[in-house]
Design a protein around this ligand. Sequence first.
Ligand SMILES: [Zn+2]
Length: 173
Amino acid sequence: MWTNKKYLYNKINEFNKKNPGFICSPLPKFCESKGINLIAYNESNSHLINISKDGFSFLEDSEYSIFYNVNQQKPRQRFTIAHELGHIFLNHHNFLSPRLLRFGKNGLWEEQANIFARNILIPADWEDYASTLSNYDAAFIFGVSQQMLSVRKKTFGEDKYWMDVCNDGRQCC
Ligand SMILES: [Zn+2]
């Protein structure tokens, strides 16, 4: 069932196992390798800005496209793209009509995409390494904002808990 934690954390585990180099790979290259169109836009395109100031994704003819605002800060762009990848790898578009997802809308989907994003940008098993670094260095290395990093540090425990529960095959939802 797509709404439960087991579905979410199983998808995260699967993604991280299949894409071990993700945290070091430039996102345009990663998207290209997955056949996902990654398209930059800015304020000059009011139609796209009206859809979202950050980014959005959609599915059309079995092809995914992620649009992102290239004028946002780089760490924010990276989070937006990872968030949209979350929607894609969690198959959210298949539950929607029209098949378009905007950053910041749609309740549970958003929460799931945010959890997915933080777990692919800084996987939970990188906690020990991240804790040896200053926030400034860790944010730089992982390509995230310091704000995202401090939120991330508070969620390692929760993510490890759910991954352990799912790995045990216990009932988790
Ligand atoms: Zn979203």
